[in-house]
Design a protein around this ligand. Structure first.
Ligand SMILES: Cc1cc2nc3c(=O)[nH]c(=O)nc-3n(C[C@H](O)[C@H](O)[C@H](O)COP(=O)(O)OP(=O)(O)OC[C@H]3O[C@@H](n4cnc5c(N)ncnc54)[C@H](O)[C@@H]3O)c2cc1C
Length: 457
């Protein structure tokens, strides 16, 4: 069906059929083209035979869109061999990479030139996957997400000829055309198979200063973040929230990570990071952070319990250890939401009480990128395996939370994008006219609806 050099050895297919936080699937075939022409011939073949294609990058997506379903009718098209760097300019700070190149590849190339892709997360995704999911990460408050870095793309359409459309500028400014690549970003592969992307890079910081702030309650969070934004401006790189339950899970499971406050784990902790590319000769970032925190501590309205300055490596080790620690405590029910900051404290307190009453067999271990209103409102199921009644209950709670955050102007999928895990919620909460609009665009790109699992079938 496909050229022999393109098909992945069937003994290895299982590696491409199972992802994070989703049931493993079963592929009709797994292919991995080595160049764009091979990719186009795979797409042509699939369109001719009306086979559904699942674009797949590093398989770190969290909504099940990168894995096939379980009936062996879908073709997984992996980009792991499609990873050439087509262009790199250190003076423009621009890289053009094929979609299978990893975030770590881009950073390794940029580092000696003082450049990086300023998106930071606990995984090493592919560029195609990052564009498709519009990856955010811990430093979005400073650098923005993937959309803000995207200058253009090259995509293969799922039409009979596998049409190739290329806009890969080597410049940061180009208003000579409609910016259609921004439509591809965040589309989960539904608006074309990305073969390459042109990306704007950021300067690598040479100084970082981090601290952990213990809050009495979350009520002061909006004021704290507003103040940090105002006083630290562009130096503020990250604000990460961590609940006591999340931090306790890390301390319980990691011998090398200690409880950060001598007074014990407080109700809610916020990791803040300042960073700059200006050297210590001109700016002492630690001293600056110290003086900002001293004045923040004096503000009674913020009800700060304690502040500790932490080495960046230790602070991030604690933050990045949360996901893995929670998995060791039980099944994680992930809710990737965002809210306007003013609404976040009240929402969290109300739902915390509601969850304790309605699903007492779970424990709320929330954390997330609170600087941008992000909240991984994760529950850990304490029972071994959920009963069907418990699953139904969780489904109902997920629907209620999703519809509430949407009504408040937030998001039921803040970072992880669209896929089988949230398809029903997407259908229920997206206005019909908007779904029709999306469908009309998709029919130009993929007339037989064969490409990607991001949108509901
Ligand atoms: C430990 C961990 C931490 C994470 N932290 C964050 C975080 O902080 N912020 C955040 O935003 N995300 C986070 N994620 C989620 C994840 O890393 C991102 O969604 C990632 O960008 C997906 O990239 P990938 O290459 O793994 O794509 P995959 O998982 O392979 O695919 C994801 C989606 O992109 C599509 N796709 C992949 N390649 C292409 C292509 N070439 N063309 C068209 N469509 C394509 C797939 O079909 C699918 O819909 C985290 C994940 C893990 C496991």
């Amino acid at each position: 069906m496909f050229g022999s050099g393109v098909v992945v050895d069937p003994d290895r297919w299982h590696e491409f059929e199972a992802g994070w936080r989703c049931p493993a699937g079963s592929a009709l075939c797994v292919v991995a083209p080595r160049n764009v022409e091979e990719l186009r011939s795979v797409v042509r073949r699939c369109v001719a035979d009306r086979l559904t294609m699942v674009p797949q990058g590093a398989l770190t997506g969290l909504v099940g869109a990168g894995v096939p379903d379980d009936v062996a009718t879908m073709v997984v098209v992996s980009t792991y061999r499609l990873k050439a760097i087509r262009h790199f300019s250190s003076c423009d700070g621009i890289i053009i990479a094929e979609s299978g190149a990893r975030l770590s590849d881009i950073n390794a190339l940029g580092q000696p030139h003082g450049l990086m892709l300023g998106i930071d997360l606990g995984a090493d995704p592919s560029i195609g996957g990052m564009v498709s999911t519009n990856t955010g990460g811990s430093r979005l408050v400073r650098y923005g997400g993937m959309r803000q870095h995207l200058l253009g793309t090259q995509v293969v359409l799922a039409d009979a000829d596998a049409t190739l459309i290329t806009h890969l500028p080597k410049v940061r400014k180009d208003n000579s055309r409609i910016g259609w690549s921004q439509l591809v970003a965040g589309a989960g592969g539904a608006f074309g198979f990305i073969s390459a992307a042109s990306i704007a890079l950021d300067p690598v910081p040479v100084q970082q200063a981090t601290a952990l702030i213990a809050l009495e309650s979350l009520g002061a969070l909006p004021a704290l973040i507003g103040r940090l934004r105002k006083e630290c401006g562009e130096l503020l790189t990250a604000c990460e929230g961590m609940s006591a339950n999340a931090v306790e899970a890390v301390v319980r499971h990691r011998n090398d990570i200690r409880q950060p406050f001598s007074s014990g784990v407080s109700n809610y902790m916020v990791l803040i990071e300042l960073s700059t590319s200006i050297g210590t000769d001109f700016l002492d970032l630690d001293a600056l952070l110290h003086s900002k925190l001293a004045s923040i501590l004096e503000d009674a309205a913020l009800a700060i319990v304690d502040i500790v300055a932490m080495h960046p490596e230790k602070a991030w080790a604690l933050r990045h250890a949360i996901s893995a620690a929670l998995v060791r405590d039980g099944e994680v029910i992930g809710l990737d939401i965002s809210l306007p900051l003013e609404q976040l404290p009240e929402f969290r307190e109300r739902w915390k009480a509601k969850l304790a009453a309605e699903v007492p067999w779970t424990i709320l271990c929330d954390f997330g990128h609170c600087g941008d209103g992000g909240l991984h409102f994760n529950l850990v199921c304490l029972d071994s395996g959920m009963s069907s009644e418990q699953s139904l209950k969780i489904r109902h709670i997920r629907e209620m939370i999703s519809s509430e955050v949407s009504a408040l102007g937030g998001s039921f999928s803040a970072e992880h994008g669209l896929g089988p895990a949230n398809a029903e919620i997407y259908s229920a909460l997206t206005p019909v006219r908007e779904q029709q609009f999306v469908s009309a665009i998709k029919s130009l790109i993929d007339p037989h609806k064969l490409l990607s699992r991001a949108l509901p079938a």
